[in-house]
Design a protein around this ligand. Sequence first.
Ligand SMILES: [Zn+2]
Length: 110
Amino acid sequence: MKRLKNNTDLKSYSCQNQDCIMYNIMNKRNIKVHMRYGKNKDIRLLKCNECGVMFSERINTYLSEVRIDERLVKDILELLANGKSIRKISRLVGVSKNAVLRLKKKLNII
Ligand SMILES: [Zn+2]
């Protein structure tokens, strides 16, 4: 079984609620893991203990709102860079065409 990420990196996250007094302030121990989601339960939903707002650890990263495994994302990026079609990538990687399209759009790849 894949070892789940430990939570020592939480200090690099900050509250994403602009009305919160902890907004964008890192390393204050107000961010906790609320739950894990995604196909392999490897994406953490974080919660600010100050205001109660929850957000994905992928917020503000290129993986925000993308529920594809990070390892697969790298494969998809490589295939896109190699000029493979969405249909082919979908088949090779085993994700839906829509997922590939969403990722492509998200990353602004044309
Ligand atoms: Zn907050």
